[in-house]
Write a protein that binds this ligand. Structure first.
Ligand code: NAD
Ligand code: LMR
Length: 328
């Protein structure tokens, strides 16, 4: 093994998603089976959380992962983010039954000011940041605005769970393999306003829209099912999604770091103005990744219904942004 270890910071490391995430990062599923990693784990200073983190670390040790080159436990982001190459910001309160994700802003928003500032001060200048904690887009926006010395493009929000949910619904509807679905995307906010868009999607080169040919299903079944999937899981489990969220985080970081070979994926990224979205709004876009950089898929036609959906999710995001001005 000749590669130099990279530093991966994970916040909320003793939480539900943390437990489904860390073992997969340590086994090489995120950055490759030849890439050693040092885990820099952050939890709140609370004794119970720190004890739980100790337990998780004992289990990580007991796996004897060949790629795990070091594990650190922290309660201070200034230490947890020191020189980190990747930062997965998971730590924050999940919603419970009957809540919307945006309601978490008041509780969670301030976490991302502190953590953005800490990343700004001590992380690698090339750090790749993924915000998972909800509401993910606006928390990522807060972190990005709190880190003026880092490139804004290094901050991203997780829309991949929505992308994967949409792919799975389309596979079930068409009876085709989920792995064969290409050119799918989810525009906008990780909230029920997200616009899962399969107008360009293909399976084995054939149009998914042509296969389904049912606009009523799109509007009345597909979009609400994908948009409200998080709430459906909370209602069923009594807890928010964890394994599927961790899986999406792995997918997001792996594709960003290692590339997508031309395949489209969805990432929440600061807008560069593409598709009329104001600059810096943290928006779900179709992207391809190569050489550690993402690139927005350009030139897609936006029809009237799609524009209406995009406007709605954008309005929600700009309202959320307005609501966090005091944190910036
Ligand atoms: P959890 O309550 O099981 O774990 C969260 C952990 O974060 C806890 O251990 C807590 O102590 C820790 N934490 C809280 N504040 C912290 C801070 N300032 N620094 C470090 N650690 C901190 O919750 P979970 O189920 O793991 O979910 C975590 C977040 O991810 C929630 O906000 C949830 O809504 C969100 N989520 C997002 C997506 C997505 O698709 N973007 C999907 C699922 C869950
Ligand atoms: C999800 O989509 O499963 C997460 O964002 C958790 C939630 O609150 O819905």
């Amino acid at each position: 093994m000749s590669k130099k270890p990279v530093r991966v910071a994970v916040t909320g490391a003793a939480g539900q998603i943390g437990y489904a995430l860390l073992f997969r990062i340590a086994s090489g599923e995120m950055l490759g089976k030849d890439q050693p990693v040092i885990l820099q784990l952050l939890e709140i200073p609370d004794e119970k959380a720190q004890n739980a983190l100790k337990g998780v670390i004992m289990e990580l040790e007991d796996c004897a992962f060949p790629l795990l080159a070091g594990i650190e436990a922290h309660s201070d982001p200034m230490q947890a983010f020191k020189d980190t190459d990747y930062a997965l910001l998971v730590g924050s309160r999940p919603r419970g039954p009957g809540m919307e994700r945006a309601e978490l802003l008041a509780i969670n928003g301030a976490i991302f000011t502190t953590q953005g500032k800490a990343l700004n001060a001590v992380a690698s200048r090339n750090v790749k940041v993924l915000v998972v904690g909800n509401p993910a887009n606006t928390n990522a926006y807060i972190a990005m605005k709190s880190a003026p010395d880092l490139p804004a493009k290094n901050f991203t929000a997780m829309l991949r769970l929505d992308h994967n949910r949409a792919a799975s619904q389309l596979a079930a509807k068409t009876g085709k393999a989920v792995a064969d679905i290409e050119k799918l995307t989810v525009w906008g906010n990780h909230s029920p306003t997200m616009y899962a868009d399969y107008r360009f999607a293909t399976i084995g080169g054939a149009s998914v829209k042509g296969m389904i040919n049912d606009e009523t299903w799109n509007r009345e079944t597909f979009l609400p099912t994908v948009g409200k999937r998080g709430a459906a899981i909370i209602a069923a489990r009594g807890l928010s999604s964890a394994a599927s969220a961790a899986n999406a985080a792995i997918d997001h970081m792996r594709d960003w770091a290692l590339g997508t070979n031309g395949k489209w994926v969805t990432m929440g990224i600061p807008s560069d103005g593409s598709y009329g979205i104001p600059k810096e709004v943290m928006f779900g876009y179709p992207v391809t990744c190569e050489g550690g950089e993402y690139k927005i898929v350009q030139g897609l036609e936006i029809d009237a219904f799609s524009q209406e959906c995009i406007n709605k999710t954008l309005k929600e995001l700009t309202d959320e942004q307005d609501g966090v001005k005091h944190l910036l």
